[in-house]
Design a protein around this ligand. Structure first.
Ligand code: 4AD
Ligand code: MG
Length: 433
């Protein structure tokens, strides 16, 4: 009969008796009579003990086993408080699946070396913990939107009209045509679809030729976006808040062990689930920055990273800043009916100085106004004809937002850099491996 392998976690849950496990050698040490192997699989670590007298014929190979070798074993599991994870297996049978070469990653490997060996670093305990949380976050975003009656919808990645400003577009050679670039956002191709589906969302890659080398910019990131017909500005903010609460709640339900491994104080995330977010206008944000942080931002200037950081450190929940000056925001945002100098756009800023995680707005639905805003931005409205049709045939109030998935992973996991929030980070300096 074929051996039934169980995960290390399942073995520990069982606690006693015979178990068959398989995985990789995480640590090893030994003497002439004994070999200790810490075995790793996707669920856990466990100490395994091999006695020479049981493995005489195999001892030479066992003695030479290096970290990251893949093995399968059968033995008796029992609780042992001296073992690193509280359990130990006395091994009766061992099969070496692949004896690893000398592993190029050690304890004191530099950050650059780790980046060069990203494909191997992915199996580290730290990256595995982050990637488990990442998986839950993607699932929770889906679950939230499906639960709220949104349809999943997909926009093209090759695009020919810009939406968030032309400066950070990635141009591609499209059979010799040069006016083609990679999506910065799904938005201009999502708005046409709300006339059929009304409520839609996606999670898809977006691309930005960011020349900034910061801890929060990637050139390729995963973008969760929603668009909704008949929405007013408050609906957009409410969905953003409810989505973040939902995602953080799901992660907290499931990932205490991963937070422990990452040394992330998960209690800092609880207010996000339990308390209402702070909402303030841009103008109020400037007042608070002046009064509480001694920072003087002239009205009309966009908030910089340092100002966002200071502002969010005053609160333990995300801050939604609304009604930015028209000049600093994109052409499609509705002017505030009470004050046309500002627009109905919002940025969600994460606590602890992690910065902008969501950008959203109510969309201008008046054809002439939107054409004028495009001209003001130096764009040619003729090139936006397909998009402008959305304002010709049954235009409705609507809005949406985009959430940078790696930005919330960085915040939720408490990471120093966004690069650890994605398996193979793409930045200005790195596109390999
Ligand atoms: O604020 P942004 O540029 O908004 C849009 O693209 C809108 N069209 C979205 C919409 O309304 N459908 O980008 C949205 C979010 C930001 O708040 C940020 O979280 C993330 O995308 N983001 C990045 N994440 C990682 N690396 C980058 N270079 C990012 N640029 C934006
Ligand atoms: Mg933004």
């Amino acid at each position: 009969m074929a051996t039934k392998y169980i995960s290390i976690q399942e073995g520990m849950d069982k606690g006693t008796g015979k178990v068959s496990l398989r995985g990789w050698v995480h640590r090893e040490r030994g003497s002439s009579k004994l070999k200790f192997i810490v075995l790793r699989d996707s669920t856990q670590l466990i100490q395994c003990v091999l006695k020479r007298d049981k493995f005489d014929a195999q001892w030479d190979a066992i003695d030479k086993l290096q970290v990251e070798s893949s093995i399968m074993l059968t033995g008796e599991i029992k609780a042992d408080e001296r073992a690193p994870t509280g359990f130990e297996v006395q091994v009766d049978k061992l099969e070496i699946v692949h004896a690893s070469d000398k592993y190029p990653i050690t304890k004191d490997t530099s950050i650059e070396h780790l980046a060069d060996h990203r494909h191997l670093w992915l199996r580290s305990r730290k990256m595995t913990a982050i990637l488990k949380i990442r998986s839950t976050i993607f699932g929770a975003i889906d679950e939230y939107f499906k639960g709220e009656g949104f349809y999943e919808y997909h926009s093209p990645i090759f695009q020919a009209v810009q939406c968030e400003g032309g400066s950070d577009l990635f141009h591609v050679d499209y059979f010799g045509k040069k006016d083609v670039f990679l999506a910065q956002t799904w938005q201009l191709y999502a708005e046409p679809a709300i006339f059929g589906l009304e409520k839609i969302y996606t999670i898809s890659p977006s691309f930005r030729a960011e020349k900034s080398k910061t801890s929060r910019h990637l050139t390729e990131y995963w973008h969760a976006e929603m668009e909704m017909a008949w929405a007013d500005f408050k609906d957009i903010q409410d969905h953003g808040e409810a989505l973040l609460k939902f995602v953080v709640k799901r992660v907290l339900e499931k990932h205490k062990p991963e937070f422990e491994l990452l040394e992330r104080d998960w209690k800092l995330l609880e207010p996000t689930v339990k308390k209402p977010f702070v909402r303030m206008t841009y103008t109020d944000a400037l007042k608070i920055l002046k009064d509480k942080c001694k920072m003087d931002v002239p009205w009309g200037k966009d908030l910089r990273t340092i100002e966002e950081e200071k502002l969010t450190k005053l609160y333990d929940v995300p801050v939604i800043v609304t009604h930015y000056p028209k000049e600093v925001k994109a052409f499609y945002m509705t002017e505030d009916p009470k004050d046309p100098k500002v627009v109905q756009g919002c940025d969600f800023l994460a606590p602890e100085g992690h910065g902008e995680i969501i950008g959203g707005s109510h969309r201008e639905h008046d054809l002439e106004k939107i054409k004028q805003r495009l001209r003001d931005d130096g764009e040619k409205p003729e090139e936006y004809e397909f998009y402008l049709d959305t304002r010709r045939y049954g235009s409705v109030p609507h809005g949406g937002f985009g959430l940078g998935v790696e930005r919330i992973i960085k915040w939720i996991c408490g990471l120093d850099t966004i690069k650890d929030a994605i398996p193979f980070p793409r930045t200005m300096e790195r596109y390999k491996p």
